[in-house]
Design a protein around this ligand. Structure first.
Ligand SMILES: *Cc1c(COP(=O)(O)O)cnc(C)c1O
Length: 385
């Protein structure tokens, strides 16, 4: 099996890239724990020379993720930030990037504290209205960086509308697809040039690996990114690649349950007397629900809530009184997590910026896991009560 375009998602997740080992028949891709590969004479080898450039375990995983994103090429990185860093290195001083005003905190930090120092200019705009993006396009603009659903206020950005603007103005469109996972949305199929994942989250799915990925269709873009990948060296090891391949084999099963539990919990919380506001794109009254319906297959298990009581003390008390949900950064694992973005994932964003984007002190973000939903609801009832 090598061409997966005719197979459905679950079959692809289990089989893409996972060829039986030709020397032993091992059904699982071996962990090629090696830094170098022996050459017969200089330059004559079996396709592998040094493991930063190419490692068979990583290669198998890259084929798998490419197939899930319906892309031609995938590169895996030692973290999601490593993947974003590689995209930024396609830029030159003077280039401009248009991105969202509700970004993953680490992306915002990298853009403003690292790449701004290299003469790259970032515009942080509300991307839910595509016209806002177009207002910032000028002759220096090179890239639109979109994240959807956004973190943590679950705005939905219209990928097709962004792709139209990118094509019209000869820009690249990159989509951080971490929150949706390839199970819910495939940006390359609706006009994006680059898909980025924090593999750490849903793809890995078991909170045991840090990894990132980029998926592209264009051969030349792949060549440029592969050059940066090997030159700058943020490549993951074979053991982590193996663990992620194992994780992905159940991605479709996990996502089904994340979505099922997410819906039940969102519905439970919607009318809860202690909750002021809930962010979940599956509600028909979510401002971007129609776009979500158009570009996503379901609505996922990421939910944010704003408590009626605005005090940070009360928010902290609730955040630390769960029994099943764990208070921790990250998301997308089998276990349910609760996070206080203002002091955890989004602490690197100045308070004023943060609050403008709705990340207030009384906001909590839930990553709904795949436990039994009755237990999760009971846990919420107790913690909020
Ligand atoms: C976690 C995350 C990242 C960063 O990925 P790491 O694997 O932690 O480096 C980027 N974007 C989003 C949306 C994330 O959730």
């Amino acid at each position: 099996m090598s061409d997966f375009s005719n197979y459905k998602f679950g079959t692809t997740a289990i089989h893409a890239g996972a060829e039986p080992d030709p020397t032993t028949g091992a059904i699982m891709t071996p962990i090629f724990q090696t830094s170098t590969f022996v050459q017969e004479y200089p330059g004559k080898h079996k396709g592998y020379a040094y493991a930063r450039g190419k490692n068979p375990t990583r290669e198998a995983l890259q084929k798998n993720i490419a197939a899930l994103e319906k892309g031609k090429h995938c590169l895996c990185f030692s973290s999601g930030m490593g993947a974003i860093d590689a995209v930024m290195k396609l830029m030159r001083p003077g280039d401009e990037i248009i991105t969202g005003d509700d970004l993953y905190g680490g992306s915002y930090r990298m853009f403003t504290k690292v790449f701004a120092n290299f003469g790259i200019k970032f515009h942080f705009v509300n991307m839910t209205n595509a016209a806002n993006i177009e207002n910032y396009v000028n002759s220096n603009t090179k890239l639109i960086w979109a994240e959807t659903p956004t973190n943590p206020t679950m705005q939905i950005i219209d990928i097709e509308a962004c792709a139209n603007i990118a094509q019209k103005n000869n820009l690249l469109l990159a989509v951080d697809n971490t929150f949706a996972s390839p199970y819910l949305q495939n940006p390359l199929s609706i006009g994006a040039d680059i898909v980025m994942h924090s593999v750490t989250k849903y793809l890995g799915g078991h909170s045991d690996v840090i990894m990132g990925a980029l998926v592209v269709n264009d051969d030349k873009l792949h060549e440029q990114l592969a050059f940066i990948h090997n030159s700058c060296g943020a490549t993951p090891g074979p053991m982590d690649s193996f663990l992620v391949m194992r994780g992905i084999k159940t991605l479709h099963l996990r996502m089904e349950r994340h979505c099922f539990n997410g819906r039940k919990i969102a519905e439970y919380l919607k009318t809860h007397p202690k909750i002021e506001k809930i962010y979940w794109p599956g509600f028909t009254d979510h401002p971007n629900h129609e776009i979500a319906k158009k570009q996503m297959r379901d609505f996922g298990g990421m939910i944010s809530i704003v408590l009626k009581d605005k005090s940070i003390d009360n928010t902290f008390k609730i955040a630390s009184s769960f029994k099943v949900f764990s208070l921790a950064e990250s998301l997308g694992g089998v276990e349910s997590l609760i996070n206080h973005p203002a002091t955890m994932t989004h602490a690197s964003i100045p308070k004023e910026e943060r609050e403008k984007a709705g990340v207030v002190d009384n906001l909590l973000r839930l990553s709904v896991g795949v436990e039994d939903v009755e237990d999760l609801i009971e846990d919420l009832k107790h913690a909020l009560g």
